[in-house]
Design a protein around this ligand. Structure first.
Ligand code: ZN
Length: 72
């Protein structure tokens, strides 16, 4: 079940809710009981761009051939 980040505009608290995607846009209530909340963008989208540079070399060098030096 995906998790969604919300921020309360009444007290400024941020909180996380796990809910079905069908309810992603439903209003969320702050843990303090406030109803003036906004849904934040997923952190997955933010880290995706930065992780692309670090993740690329791993599958390229993961083969068994180059490990033995036959490709060098
Ligand atoms: Zn609040």
């Amino acid at each position: 079940m995906p998790r969604y980040d919300f921020r309360c505009r009444s007290c400024g608290a941020t909180f996380e809710l796990s809910r079905p995607m069908a309810q992603a846009n439903d209003p969320a209530v702050c843990p303090e009981g406030h109803q003036d909340t906004v849904k934040l963008l997923s952190t997955v989208a933010v880290t995706g761009a930065a992780g692309a540079t670090g993740a690329a070399p791993q599958p390229a060098s993961g083969g068994g051939c180059c490990g033995g030096g036959c490709c060098g």
